[in-house]
Ligand binder design. Sequence first.
Ligand code: ADP
Ligand code: ASP
Ligand code: MG
Length: 405
Amino acid sequence: MARIVMKFGGTSMAGIERIRGAADRVRREVANGNEVAVVVSAMAGETDRLVGFCREASPLADRAEYDVVVASGEQVTAGLLAIALQAAGTPARSWLGWQLPVSTSDAHASARIKGIDTDAMAASMAAGTVAVMPGFQGISPDGRVTTLGRGGSDTSAVALAAALKADRCDIYTDVDGVYTTDPRIVPRARKLAMITYEEMLELASVGAKVLQTRSVELAMKEKVRVRVLSSFNDGPGTLVVDEDEIVEQELIAGVAYNRNEAKITVGGVPDRPGVVAAIFGPLAEANVNVDMIVQNIAYVAGTTDVTFTVPRTELTLSESVLAKMKDSIGYASVTSDPAVAKISVVGVGMRSHAGVAVTMFKALADRGINIQAITTSEIKVSVLIAEEYTELAVRVLHTAYGLDA
Ligand code: ADP
Ligand code: ASP
Ligand code: MG
């Protein structure tokens, strides 16, 4: 007998037929003698719909009330899955975030899980009842409903698996595993049997939304065995593992893209110590998450240009923060471009192989794709390009690194 956590994403919860399908998968695990806790997402599109209502009600909706609204999608599917299980003869009950509780920080809309009290749930599971927990939601120290940021149900599932000391955390989604790139834009993407935590973490953080970044971080830290597999067909899926569990390591694990960033260039900045801190300090205070940064010597002697990217949703805010510092810094101009995309290649093989970045630059140049900024880490190279070339760039790089199926 094993104790497992099964997580079903939005597409797997989209309508009663699909919820019945998920219930069948749960019942199979129960029939195999396993104790099961299930974490569910809201129905596909539901969270977007709820976010839309909040924006319509007020563009600057109070984040605590925003959480009250958007957390509701998962309450619906948790109850419906419990009903579907009961209707099929399997004892089940829901456990909402505030009931357990799932304790989080008070950072509304992007709260962090601090701990989950699973005593009552574990006792109920031991007595033969399937536990169903809505993903994405928790409760703040002062008792308010919180949510974990978009895609957060993955993190709820991993956190629950860690708290329950589960043997496995199975993430059921609309693709049958983790691929070398998004299979929806590259049909020749290859499914990976295994991927390391580190590579999955980098891929998720640069845009592969198959797992939320924080869920991978948590799985790595808590040593949770995560598997990604399809809700709709049987198959082994992809196992997220430690590096030493992979016998033949590929140079590159995958290619990812992110269209949610915008580029800003502050031109003619006086080139003196402290000026970069003076630009990024106020942005940090405004909670703008700056990603890529490039600084260049400008044509005019004694000045420099600083180019960086911010989340597209924070472009207007960033511009207003920059406008306020014009006189104190004395820069010449601010220009911005929201139509950019960040393309990244990730692989632990980069640590021991030279030339990975050059392959990327050459492949893009051959297609006439201009690179606007570059950043690297030990196992990742990212470039910023014009958004219109996103799909072409991902396909070209997928081929250039020999990843095509
Ligand atoms: P869920 O609702 O189940 O959480 P998501 O939409 O959040 O599902 O994540 C699954 C999606 O992630 C897939 O439909 C796929 O388009 C996308 N995706 C992006 N990169 C990858 C990748 N490397 N491998 C698999 N899927 C990926
Ligand atoms: N329903 C939430 C979202 O769409 C959480 C999730 O599905 O993981 O972001
Ligand atoms: Mg998701």
